[in-house]
Design a protein around this ligand. Structure first.
Ligand SMILES: Cc1cc2nc3c(=O)[nH]c(=O)nc-3n(C[C@H](O)[C@H](O)[C@H](O)COP(=O)(O)OP(=O)(O)OC[C@H]3O[C@@H](n4cnc5c(N)ncnc54)[C@H](O)[C@@H]3O)c2cc1C
Length: 440
C-alpha cells in the first residue's frame, strides 16, 4: 500500500525539529554567516534536544530512527539555516560507515559514548587533489603489525575542526584504486593529527570546513571500519544513505526561499498593484511550489527504500540531483521576486542562494549523480518494451497493400517493415541489402 500520511510519531518528530529550527537556529543564522563561524552551543542544544545522531541504533542506546524520520528533521533544520543543518547532520554522515560496518566492537566503543556525551563525528573521503574520484584516494594506510599507520591529508572535512571522531578513508595501495581503499575511525586527539585553518566559503558559513593532516598516525586494529578492498563499497553505501538527507536540505532551503518570495510578492507593489497579482510572478511561485513538492516526494521515496531494506543508491542519486538543482532554481527565482532587495544582505534570500549552491557539490556533484543514474539506465534498468528489432507487427494483413502477409521483416537500419515470404533484395527506403532485414 502506498501512503503519504506521516504517523503521529513522525509528525511529532517533525514538529520538534521545526520548533528547534525556529527557536534556536533561525535567530542566529545570519549572525554566524556574517562572522563565518560555527556555533558549538547551538550544535550542543541540537544534541540535547535529541535531533542529532538520531540514527544510532537502539541496540547501542540510540533512537534508531529510520531515514524517513531523519529527512523530516533535516528539512526543518535546513529551512532555518542550511549551514547549521549541515553541521548538525554531519555527525550522522560521520557515523554512517560505522553503522554500516560489521565491526560490532567498534560500535560498542563509540555509539554509547556519543549517546551519553556531546561528541561530534566527521567524515572524509575528499583530499586536496580529489573529491569525485574516491578510488583515487592518496592518503596512505600502511600495515604495521595489526595496526595501520596513516599518512596524508583530507580536505573539505565538514566539522573537521570540531569533531572528536572521524571516519577516514585511505588507501593501502594507490595503484589498486578501488581495491586499495580502506576505512578507519580516527580520534582527533591522537598523535600526528593536525587540523588546518577554517576554509573561507561562499555560503554555508555556519558549517565548519577544514583540512586534516595525518602524520604517522597509528590506528589500532580495533578501529578498522573496512579493510583494504572493502572501503570503497562502504563509502558508496554511506553516500546512498546520506544523499537523501542532502535532498532534504535542498527541500527545506527551497521551501523557505519560496515562502519569503510569496510573502514579499503579496506586500510589495509595482504599477499600483501587488507583485503577486502579476502572472509572471505567479508563474515563478507556481514553479517554486512544484519544485519543492516534487523534490520532497523523491527524497521521501529514497528514504523509504532505504528503510525497507532496499538498495537506495539510484533513488538517492535521483533525489539528490533533482532536489539540489531545483532548490538552486527556486532560490534564484526567489531573489528575482525580491529584485534589488533580494541582492542585499538585509533580506534572507541572498544567503539562501549562497547556501543552496553547495548542495550541487558535496556528497557527489550533480555530474557524478548523472553518471550513477546513467550507469543504471544503460545497465541494470529493466525495460518493459521489447528491443527495437523485436517490436511486434500485426501479421494478418500487409498494411500498405492490403494483402494477407506470410511473414514480416524489419530493416534493422531504418525500421521499414516488409511483408512477404522473404525479405526484399534491398530496403526501398535506406537501400541497405537483404542482410539488414530481420524476421519479426
Ligand atoms: C563546503 C564543503 C564541504 C564538504 N564536506 C565534505 C566532507 O565532510 N567530507 C568529504 O569527504 N568531502 C567533503 N566535501 C568535498 C566534496 O564532496 C567534493 O568537493 C565533491 O565531491 C567534488 O569534488 P572536487 O571538489 O574535488 O571536484 P572534482 O572531483 O575535481 O570535480 C571538478 C568538476 O569536474 C566534474 N567531474 C569530475 N569527474 C567527473 C566525471 N567523471 N564526469 C563528469 N564530470 C566530472 C565534477 O562534477 C566537477 O564539476 C565538501 C566540499 C565542500 C565545498
Amino acid at each position: 500500500m502506498l501512503g503519504f500520511q506521516l504517523t503521529p510519531a513522525q509528525l511529532e518528530i517533525q514538529k520538534n525539529a521545526r520548533e528547534f529550527a525556529l527557536k534556536e537556529i533561525l535567530p542566529v543564522a545570519w549572525h554566524y554567516d556574517a562572522v563565518d563561524d560555527t556555533p558549538l552551543p547551538v550544535l550542543r542544544k541540537a544534541w540535547e534536544a535529541g535531533i542529532m545522531n538520531t540514527d544510532i541504533p537502539a541496540a547501542y542506546g540510540g533512537k534508531g530512527f529510520g531515514l524517513l524520520e531523519n529527512v523530516l528533521i533535516t528539512e526543518e533544520l535546513a529551512a532555518a539555516c542550511p549551514g547549521l543543518a549541515t553541521s548538525i547532520f554531519d555527525s550522522s554522515l560521520g557515523m554512517e560507515p560505522l553503522r554500516l560496518s560489521a565491526n560490532d566492537d567498534l560500535k560498542q566503543k563509540y555509539f554509547p559514548q556519543i549517546v551519553k556525551e556531546f561528541k561530534l563525528f566527521c567524515f572524509a573521503t575528499s583530499e586536496p587533489t580529489l573529491g569525485s574520484d574516491v578510488a583515487g584516494i592518496r592518503c596512505r594506510a600502511e600495515r604495521d603489525g595489526d595496526d595501520y599507520i596513516l599518512n596524508g591529508t583530507k580536505y573539505w572535512v565538514t566539522n573537521g575542526g570540531l569533531a572528536d571522531f572521524m571516519s577516514i578513508f585511505a588507501t593501502a595501495d594507490p595503484e589498486k584504486k578501488h581495491e586499495g581503499i580502506c576505512g578507519f575511525v580516527v580520534e582527533r586527539g591522537w598523535e600526528g593529527v593536525t587540523i588546518g585553518r577554517r576554509i573561507p566559503k561562499l555560503g554555508q558559513r555556519g558549517s565548519n570546513t577544514v583540512g586534516v593532516r595525518f602524520k604517522n598516525v597509528r590506528v589500532p586494529k580495533e578501529n578498522v571500519l573496512a579493510p583494504p578492498g572493502e572501503g570503497f563499497v562502504l563509502a558508496m553505501k554511506t553516500f546512498a544513505r546520506t544523499r537523501p538527507a542532502i535532498g532534504a536540505f535542498a527541500v527545506g532551503a527551497a521551501r523557505s526561499a519560496m515562502e519569503f518570495a510569496i510573502d514579499y510578492a503579496k506586500r510589495r507593489k509595482a504599477f499600483g498593484a501587488p507583485l503577486a497579482s502579476f502572472q509572471a510572478i505567479q508563474h515563478k511561485i507556481a514553479d517554486m511550489l512544484q519544485r519543492v513538492e516534487t523534490s520532497r516526494l523523491l527524497v521521501w521515496k529514497a528514504a523509504w527504500e532505504a528503510d525497507q531494506g532496499m538498495d537506495p543508491t539510484i533513488a538517492a542519486s535521483i533525489a539528490k540531483l533533482y532536489a539540489t538543482e531545483a532548490a538552486l532554481e527556486v532560490a534564484n527565482e526567489a531573489l528575482q521576486v525580491f529584485a534589488g532587495y533580494g541582492y542585499t544582505k538585509m533580506f534572507p534570500v541572498e544567503k539562501l542562494l549562497r547556501d543552496t549552491r553547495l548542495f550541487r557539490i558535496y556528497e557527489g556533484t550533480s555530474e557524478i549523480q548523472r553518471l550513477i543514474i546513467a550507469g543504471f539506465a544503460l545497465g541494470g534498468f529493466q525495460p518493459v518494451m521489447p528491443p527495437l528489432e523485436e517490436l511486434p507487427v500485426h501479421l494478418e494483413r500487409d498494411v500498405v497493400n492490403g494483402q494477407a502477409a506470410a511473414a514480416a521483416w524489419r530493416c534493422r537500419i531504418c525500421g521499414h517493415v516488409h511483408y512477404g515470404e522473404a525479405p526484399p533484395e534491398e530496403c526501398p527506403y535506406c537501400f541497405f541489402p537483404q542482410s539488414a532485414f530481420k524476421k519479426v
